[in-house]
Write a protein that binds this ligand. Structure first.
Ligand code: IPE
Ligand code: IPE
Ligand code: MG
Length: 254
């Protein structure tokens, strides 16, 4: 197998950027403001980044907004975050639509309030046919949840077809994961200084390039995004091969 697989992007521009938007709380503390002020400012940065990706012709952007572990936060903060999602969905859905953005929410939405689920469904339906940018917003998302739900579906399908679950392969699981229909992230950015995945897309990030910055999410901007993309462009993605093979696939012979 000397050729790169079609989903192995070795180009200089990421086709799919995933971001762990961290540091809202610390940004607010520094300004002597309540944490929710950081989340509000963070939501504005989301709007800005969507616009940048549209301008840069980056077709896929996936943002971590609320993890399955974030329910552990104080009830008031959780409530304010959910209200902020509501506000964003109400305010931004039409704007996203007119900019050609397809919005999807990934995560276990069954645990969200019914009115929020309705807003999500409406925004997804409105923007379903757009192709300029796919914006996947991870809400009540956890990588472990994702793999578990995909495995469950794969086993169920197996049983329905009268097949032996022992025959399941990676592809059988992968096709039920969130984001199965788009290329895996080329670049993961985490703001806020921590260098961990925090249960984001653990399967889909298997070969993603990571970029960590101390910049807090509310301070992230187009210049910072440019730095991350520049860093990505310097890297050689080998997907298990040697550097020589990547530079010259012909050297595979023998
Ligand atoms: C990220 O910012 C937003 C969410 C997790 C919802 P944080 O709220 O985690 O900000 P810090 O890490 O406390 O500064
Ligand atoms: C990760 O940030 C989740 C989101 C950005 C939504 P956290 O702030 O929750 O991560 P930890 O707890 O510091 O790992
Ligand atoms: Mg945090």
């Amino acid at each position: 197998m000397s050729q790169l697989q079609p989903d192995e992007n070795t180009g200089k521009i990421p086709r799919h950027i995933a971001i762990i938007m961290d540091g809202n709380g610390r940004w607010a503390y520094r300004q002597h403001l309540p944490r929710v002020a950081g989340h509000r400012r963070g939501a504005e940065v989301v709007r800005e980044m969507v616009q940048r990706c549209v301008e840069l012709d980056i077709p896929h952007l996936t943002l971590f907004a609320f993890s399955t572990e974030n329910w552990r936060r104080p009830a008031l903060e959780v409530r304010l975050l959910m209200n902020l999602f509501r506000l964003m969905l109400r305010r931004e859905a039409k704007k996203l639509h007119s900019n050609g953005v397809r919005l999807r929410i990934i995560g276990d939405r069954a645990a969200l309030a019914p009115d929020l689920q309705k807003l999500i469904g409406d925004a997804e339906t409105l923007t379903a046919e757009n192709h300029r940018l796919t914006l996947s917003l991870a809400v009540n998302y956890g990588g472990k949840w994702d793999i578990t739900q995909a495995a469950r579906k794969a086993v169920q399908l197996c049983q329905e077809q009268g097949k032996d679950p022992a025959m399941l392969n990676e592809e059988d699981i992968a096709r039920h994961l969130a984001l199965a229909d788009i290329p895996e992230p080329d670049l993961l950015i985490r703001t806020g200084g921590e260098e961990r995945i925090s249960n984001f897309l653990i399967w889909q990030l298997a070969y993603t390039e990571f970029y960590f910055t101390d910049t807090l999410w509310p301070d992230f901007d187009g210049v910072e995004l440019g730095r991350a993309i520049h860093s990505f462009a310097q890297r050689q993605r080998r997907f298990g091969r040697t550097g020589d093979q990547v530079q010259d696939p012909a050297c595979d012979v023998g």
